[in-house]
Design a protein around this ligand. Structure first.
Ligand SMILES: [Zn+2]
Length: 454
């Protein structure tokens, strides 16, 4: 009997400071103002620790190019110039003592190791900002010098896709998003999603996080972009609980292009049930909302704090609008009240997806012209008929007759089915939609990534 490799333990969170480190990074939305840089040019000190031979970077890696490319990627999207400066500095600023220097380092100093606490994350970013104005004064990135596998073996960074290593440029691209003030994204294919795949996941190099998803670009444009070029969607998600309207906090609200199906922007409701998603390319969109289950990677979304999480009612995935027009320099208003059975807990709950007998919470790479056998696991996924499986795009087609149910000895059911990607599918993140026999809907948002991302 074949067994699935549940690789969850290998999924190291790209966690960020903030949780437990109030002086460094907090939810941008709960600050009085959006956390952001006000300068258009900023020096980035590159520690000599990154250019010296180092045990945790594979020999021969092009570190300088990885740093430069990661900065360049965001520089274009945010219209900010980064000035790379070599530095002999080794340690980042302590949480209570900013030195005004934005440092990227991999040195194994006590200050740098302290930022990881007990977490085995590839990297962490500490952002210093004024709580009243939101202005960022400094941000430091530590690449983990002592990253290890579940089995305790050291994990290296590399720049050539070597299986079993982390792609350094992907790690840096994610962290520079934090340096710019971005939170985690609940879109699986987004570079700002909290999980990073090891190279070799699904038998492929894991380099898609080197580039930005449309939702990453929308997020950075919502902070640094011109409002005259993009639009926004704002409103409240409320839940009707026996006649009382309660805010639906932890609601993931996302937009898909109504034509291509690509995930284009995403946000999370606050404790009042309010959301405000900006930086959206003008166009026609589908708008959906799902509850962020605490057992998924979404719990790393920094817009949610522990306090809010308790007492929040879960709900079922809802398709709010099928033809929402977003216009430049305008904010569309959308308010939605969850009614029975939407306001009750989800019973259909896909958690893991994968290829090649591997299940994971990282997105699935989908090549144009290919037919993939996609595996899914989670509560009640075996209650979904073949005709209830869909990629919400005309470019990705599920063959309903290919549906198979598997018995692999785990607690949750596992299904597989074939998805064919059109040769002309635009690069981007696409969602898997499931509808069970009872009519309940669930999504894996942005779980299929057609590359290269733009
Ligand atoms: Zn992160």
């Amino acid at each position: 009997m074949r067994r699935f490799k549940f690789l969850l333990a290998l999924l190291t969170m790209l966690a960020c400071t903030g949780v437990g480190l109030p002086a460094s990074f907090e939810p941008a939305r709960s600050a009085k103002r959006q956390v952001r840089w006000t300068k258009k040019a900023m020096p980035i000190a590159v520690s000599s620790s990154l250019t010296l031979p180092n045990a945790s970077i594979a020999a021969g890696s092009d570190v300088a190019a990885a740093i430069h490319s990661a900065l360049e990627t965001w520089s274009i999207a945010a219209n900010i110039n980064f000035i790379e400066v070599p530095s002999n500095l080794q340690s980042i600023s302590p949480a209570n003592r900013p030195d005004g220097i934005n440092l990227i380092t991999i040195a194994a100093t006590s200050e740098n190791l302290a930022i990881f606490g007990n977490e085995n994350s590839p990297a962490r970013t500490r952002v210093f900002y004024d709580a009243d104005t939101g202005e960022i004064s400094e941000a430091d990135i530590v690449i983990n010098p002592y990253l290890y596998s579940v089995a305790g073996a050291p994990i290296e960074f590399s720049t050539d896709g070597t299986p079993g290593t982390y792609d350094l440029q992907s790690t840096l691209t994610h962290e520079i998003g934090h340096l710019l003030g971005l939170n985690h994204s609940s879109v699986l294919g987004a570079t700002m999603n909290a999980t990073q795949a090891l190279n070799g996941m699904f038998g492929l190099p894991a380099v898609s996080e080197r580039t930005l998803s449309e939702s990453d670009i929308a997020a950075v444009k919502s902070i640094y972009g011109s409002r005259s070029e993009t639009g926004s969607v704002a409103g409240h998600i409320l839940s009707n609980q026996q006649g009382t309207l309660l805010p639906a906090a932890r609601a993931h609200v996302w937009l898909e292009d109504a034509v291509s199906g690509r995930v284009m922007a995403s946000g999370v409701t606050n404790s009042s049930g309010a959301f405000d998603i900006a930086g959206i390319v003008p166009g026609l969109y589908r708008l959906m909302t799902e509850y962020l289950d605490s057992s998924t990677a979404a719990e790393q979304t920094l817009s949610i704090d522990q306090e809010r999480r308790s007492g929040t009612q879960s709900f079922r995935t809802v398709e709010i609008a099928g033809g929402l027009r977003v216009a430049a320099n305008k904010s569309a208003s959308v308010n939605y009240v969850l009614v029975p059975p939407q306001n009750s807990a989800a019973t259909l709950n896909p958690r893991f997806a994968g290829l090649n007998n591997e299940l994971s919470t990282v997105p699935i790479p989908a090549s144009r012209g290919a037919t993939l056998t996609v595996y899914l696991s989670g509560d009640a996924v075996d209650q979904v008929p073949g005709t209830g499986l869909l990629v919400t795009s005309p470019y990705l087609t599920v063959n309903p007759a290919s549906l198979r149910s598997h018995q692999f000895g785990g607690t949750a059911p596992v299904i597989s089915f074939d998805v064919t990607v059109a040769l002309d599918a635009p690069p981007g993140d696409y969602s898997l939609r499931l509808q069970s026999n009872s009519g309940e809907i669930a999504y894996l948002v942005g779980a299929l990534v057609v590359g290269p991302k733009q």
